[in-house]
Design a protein around this ligand. Structure first.
Ligand code: GTP
Ligand code: K
Ligand code: MG
Length: 390
């Protein structure tokens, strides 16, 4: 992205210190709104070449940027989901949100999967509120939410963007509905809007522990070689958050952005499936290419193509492993992955890991269920909800 280089000394003084205030005064009328300051820093980051000499400066800019984005989302600006039309109670085993640009077929998909009539039409912004529906799949009860179309700038409040994204943040899984006739810039734009409010798609929380201490400064320890981050950058970021005393333990090769995610908190690590709808408009080769992309499913609501695969892909891949008893395994019970082929009458205990559950040891109730269309008995093991430790 960086098209030209800025020396670290120059960059350091232009935005890090005096230039920062200058940028504020230069702006016309509004006198340096949070949004303008965000844009200034984003510009500065894009202009700064990434190398060892600029790492500390970039870390400082990125930490400032994160704090500003948080400021913009938190106060009176209408963030959060408590807006008429968006107050939908969470029910069922999982909540899935339909996110996408206008008119990609989100409402059509909700109606097709749940039977709830959500108005669909050829004009943009047909849907203006959150419309819930329920899917029963293999006895799992899933709440599916249809949402208004997003536009670029949604995270800064354009359209109903903030309400939509706040609702998306409450989902366990996001189905990003995409137009298969357009290029993948749409995917990047939507991902960026979601990232702006702390949603991380198909990523794991960084393996980093930060423990504030009463004194002693920064104690930094890494158990793996770090290629993008070091103690000095860590100290710069922590200083922005006024954390001068802390024990930091880094167990993976993190970037400064990932480290800031840990410090800034309030991140949502969400599974995302990319749903290319309207594939009836494409040639077979084009469909084939889209279907091979990672985490992607191709569907046509109009022709009722591929719903079952969409649901399997969305839900069953969440099941990390299963204990299988029966004729398909040599040893009963045996731990199996999702590719294991079951025999009729096998008993399966599925261990489903959601974000909040990963951190906690297993203590669970078991509920028996049956996979639709077969005699296979499934026992689902539910784990206690627990807050994530950082
Ligand atoms: N060809 C084709 N058209 C479809 C398909 N699914 C939906 N459409 C059409 O696409 C248009 C938009 O559908 P909607 O369901 O309203 O789209 P949306 O994403 O909910 O739109 P907004 O609520 O405005 O954001 C409608 O005219 C649908 O009939 C499909 O699989 N194939
Ligand atoms: K529409
Ligand atoms: Mg709609």
């Amino acid at each position: 992205m960086a098209s030209f280089s800025t020396s670290s000394a120059k960059a350091g003084s232009s935005v890090g210190g005096g230039g920062w205030a200058k940028a504020k005064h230069q702006s016309a009328g509004g006198g340096g709104s949070t949004l303008e300051r965000i844009q200034q820093i984003e510009l500065e980051i894009s202009r700064t070449q990434k190398n060892k000499a600029t790492a500390k400066h970039l870390g400082e800019l990125k930490a400032k940027l994160c704090k500003l984005k948080r400021d913009m989302l938190e106060p009176s600006g209408g963030g959060g989901g408590k807006v008429a039309g968006f107050e939908v109670q969470k029910i069922g085993d999982a909540r899935i949100g339909l996110v996408g640009f206008p008119s990609v077929g989100k409402s059509s998909l909700l109606t097709a999967l749940t039977g709830v009539q959500s108005e669909a039409a050829a004009y943009e912004f047909t849907t203006l509120t959150c419309i819930p529906g329920v899917i029963y799949y293999n006895d799992i009860r899933i709440q599916l939410l249809d949402l208004p179309g997003l536009i670029v700038g949604a995270s800064t409040g354009k359209g109903r963007g903030r309400q939509v994204i706040a609702t998306a943040k409450s989902c366990d899984i996001i189905l990003m509905v995409l137009d298969p006739t357009k290029d993948d810039a749409q995917k990047e734009m939507l991902t960026k809007e979601l990232e702006n409010v702390g949603i991380r798609l198909n990523k794991k929380p960084p393996d980093v522990t930060v423990r504030p201490t009463k004194g002693g400064g920064l104690k930094f320890q890494a158990t793996v070689p770090l290629n993008h981050f070091d103690e000095e950058v860590c100290a710069t970021v922590l200083k922005q958050y006024k954390m001068h005393n802390a024990d930091v333990l880094v167990r993976e090769d993190v970037t400064v952005d990932e480290f800031i995610d840990v410090i800034d908190g309030n991140r949502k690590y969400c599974k995302c499936i990319y749903v290319y709808n309207k594939i009836d408009l494409l040639k077979l080769e084009e469909i084939d290419e889209l279907a091979r992309r990672p985490q992607s499913v191709v569907v046509s609501v109009q022709n009722k193509w591929n719903y079952d695969y969409l649901l399997r892909k969305s839900l069953l891949e969440d099941f990390k492993h299963a204990f299988v008893l029966g004729s398909s395994v040599k040893q009963s019970p045996q731990v199996c992955g999702k590719d294991h082929i079951l025999h009729d009458q096998d008993v399966v205990q599925i261990v489903k890991l959601t974000q909040a559950e990963k951190a906690k040891a297993l203590h669970g109730k078991k509920t028996g269920t049956t996979i639709a269309g077969s005699n296979i008995k499934v026992e689902k093991k539910k784990e206690d909800k627990a807050p994530l430790k950082s």
